[in-house]
Design a binder for this molecule. Sequence first.
Ligand SMILES: NC(=O)c1ccc[n+]([C@@H]2O[C@H](COP(=O)([O-])OP(=O)(O)OC[C@H]3O[C@@H](n4cnc5c(N)ncnc54)[C@H](O)[C@@H]3O)[C@@H](O)[C@H]2O)c1
Ligand SMILES: [Zn+2]
Ligand SMILES: [Zn+2]
Length: 407
Amino acid sequence: MRALTWHGRHDVRVDTVDDPEIVNPRDCILRVTSTAICGSDLHLYDGYIPTMRAGDILGHEFMGEVVEVGAKSTLKKGQRVIVPFPIACGDCFFCKKQQFSCCDNSNPAETSDASNAMLGYPMAGIFGYSRLTGAYAGGQAEYVRVPYSDVGPLVIPDHLDDDKVLFLTDILPTGWMAAENCEIEPGDTVAVWGCGPVGLFAVQSAFVQGAHRVIAIDHYPKRLELAKQMGAEILDYREVEVLSALAEMTGGIGPDACIDAVGMEAHGLSIDNVLDTVKAHLFLTTDRAHVLRQILMAVRKGGRVSIPGVYGGFTDKFPVGALMEKALTVKTGQTHVHRYKEPLLKLIEEGKIDTTFLISHHASLEQAPEMYKHWHDDQDTYTKIVLKTDAAAVPGADEQAKQSELA
Ligand SMILES: NC(=O)c1ccc[n+]([C@@H]2O[C@H](COP(=O)([O-])OP(=O)(O)OC[C@H]3O[C@@H](n4cnc5c(N)ncnc54)[C@H](O)[C@@H]3O)[C@@H](O)[C@H]2O)c1
Ligand SMILES: [Zn+2]
Ligand SMILES: [Zn+2]
């Protein structure tokens, strides 16, 4: 089959690789129809996630048709499903508590040592995301093996197109959980750093969950414009001093809750961020936590901090005094997608949430390497890229074929 594989920093290729096989009775095999590129894939592309190997298949946002089932799968051939990006067994202590992204069984013993050493306990499995998370082949491929297929996949009704439901795999529940972690109260002002897909869905979710005002921060004009269209007030961090702007907009109090939808690759020319960048290049630190530091200073006393942005290792210059002395609450984590997939599907079906506005580009799987480059280099134009494994299913493919015939 054809699959998008990682070969090093800024080097991904579409290769012919072995087809996946059922290895456990709870597995199924999916023929992938649509798959998206995520901000988290950029951390791999930029070489920030250790334990990747040349040839690893990427992709953790995918959906498709069930083509093979193990004896204990509850799925049937022909069903269309979305698949949550964290891999969860459904039976362990953590899955029973609905903390699916903390599953204790999905990261095999031979790959769990690295995260055990880095984090104190092993991480759960995640599709297409290094040996830290189980070395599972990802779904930016024609076919993918889905472990615990009796727990993760959600069957999608035929009348809903792929584009309407694909983001249930990750970014929509991630934006939703980010807002939920803010424990929004009537009258609240929520500030969101980062207007990528996660930040934009956090803006949308914060309003649905009752925020009075949402302030969105980024510097890309098109992404800020999308946030504005959703009702957010916007701040360009290159144009204004973010801390004083937020204080001014909130009567000197600060936002009630703040969301870090940026994570470990914060941009900006502040002293702390420049130092982080130099140290990261010298392998003296891993994470550029500029946004998190700014949030701890900006949020009001007694406020709430939600961190969906991914951090992988260590940081310094951390304002621990602000965290403690201001009596802040912090909530974070890889998203417990399994918890949200059904209620969010219902909101999509009822027309209360639309996620298609986010898609700026469709392309074929074969075009994935150039799409990774655009996603990395031109975040203003590329707000979300959806890849179709069948090139003929790319919207406008007929038209393009006709044009090239004429040429
Ligand atoms: N917790 C989870 O389960 C989960 C799931 C998906 C993604 N993520 C993480 O969420 C983060 C966002 O994902 P995405 O797909 O939206 O990524 P993205 O790269 O598309 O968006 C990040 C945005 O942050 C902005 N930004 C950078 N520096 C900033 C600063 N100093 N102030 C304000 N904005 C700044 C960028 O301009 C960009 O628009 C990533 O770290 C990703 O890994 C986490
Ligand atoms: Zn993702
Ligand atoms: Zn589990």
